[in-house]
Design a protein around this ligand. Structure first.
Ligand SMILES: Nc1ncnc2c1ncn2[C@@H]1O[C@H](COP(=O)(O)OP(=O)(O)OP(=O)(O)O)[C@@H](O)[C@H]1O
Ligand SMILES: [Mg+2]
Length: 279
């Protein structure tokens, strides 16, 4: 699946989402400082950084969960304000949060269609089409290679990894124009991770849906992402294309904790066998 050619982004692909000079504090904690980021149509952008760097806060702003203290958000070139996640969803932005947002005592298939329930008319009544939602959920999960025996079970019977799979499946199948994933692979097994990465690679091949994903495993970034933004202490200190950067360079920058233009500085720094940082 992975070896098929990925065509480069069109030079004239428009920015579908852009934030400029965003800052955000929580009381005395400064989570983001003057952050600017953009993503083009069809582009897959990786957001990386240490724990507490501000990654989740940034995507919560992009998805309407938080409002920035300062700065602007442009959606398809138009200045906008997302008052809520619902607002952002209405603009085609679908988000899987790190702290998931599934409803534990609802069935798996109801969770898959939360806020987007399938309905049918019966004897003049507008009813939930449970049969259709059940069948579609089954199909979606099977297509993703996610093994869940019974979609009628409630979500609180699932393991952490299975829950994450359901959340990712739900977002991927809701036809977003921008898909935002906060550590989608964190709780997934090897097989499930490969499926999710395969799906992202498929989206990338079509170059229509944009993806912003927080990932910690640099291997995976270079496999499926076009560009990397590295957040350090609330600031984006590196914006690099994966085709012009190597995994070793990225690791060196992350380890050195250097600021802007870190790549070239780090490249000339002392040699040393780079290893993946654990966190
Ligand atoms: N709702 C909140 N209230 C107060 N402080 C917060 C809140 N959300 C985040 N923070 C703080 O903002 C900073 C950035 O947190 P954030 O969750 O964005 O980090 P992160 O990069 O996603 O980290 P991780 O890799 O651990 O998920 C942290 O210091 C965190 O404690
Ligand atoms: Mg986070």
């Amino acid at each position: 699946m992975m070896e098929q050619e990925i065509k480069p982004l069109a030079a004239d692909a428009p920015n579908v989402l852009e934030v400029s000079h965003i800052s955000k504090s929580f009381g005395a904690v400064t989570a983001l400082v003057d952050v600017s980021l953009k993503v083009k149509r069809g582009e897959v952008l990786a957001l990386v950084g240490d724990n507490g760097a501000g990654k989740s806060t940034l995507i919560k702003i992009l998805s309407g969960f938080h409002q920035p203290d300062t700065g602007k958000i442009l959606s398809n070139g138009e200045e906008t304000r997302f008052a809520s996640p619902r607002d952002a969803r209405a603009r085609g932005i679908e988000t899987v949060y790190q702290d998931l947002a599934l409803i534990g005592d609802l069935s798996i298939y109801h969770n898959m269609f939360l806020g987007r329930e399938q309905r049918k008319r019966f004897l003049g009544l507008n009813l939930l089409d449970n049969k259709k939602m059940r069948t579609l959920s089954r199909t979606y999960l099977d297509t993703l290679g996610i093994h869940i025996p019974d979609v009628n079970n409630t979500v609180d019977l699932l393991s952490g990894g299975q829950r994450q799979c359901v959340a990712v499946a739900r977002s991927i199948y809701s036809s977003p124009s921008i898909l935002i994933l906060d550590e989608p692979l964190a709780a997934l097994g090897v097989r499930e991770s490969a499926h999710v990465l395969g799906l992202i690679q498929n989206l990338r091949r079509q170059r229509e849906v944009s993806v912003i994903m927080i990932v910690h495993n640099y291997n995976q970034i270079f496999e499926v992402c076009d560009r990397i933004n590295f957040l350090h202490a609330g600031e984006i200190v590196l914006d690099a294309s994966t085709s012009e950067t190597t995994e070793e360079e990225l690791i060196r920058v992350v380890k050195s904790g250097l600021g802007k233009n870190a790549i070239s500085a780090a490249a000339s720094a002392a040699e040393g066998r780079a290893t993946l940082p654990h966190h």
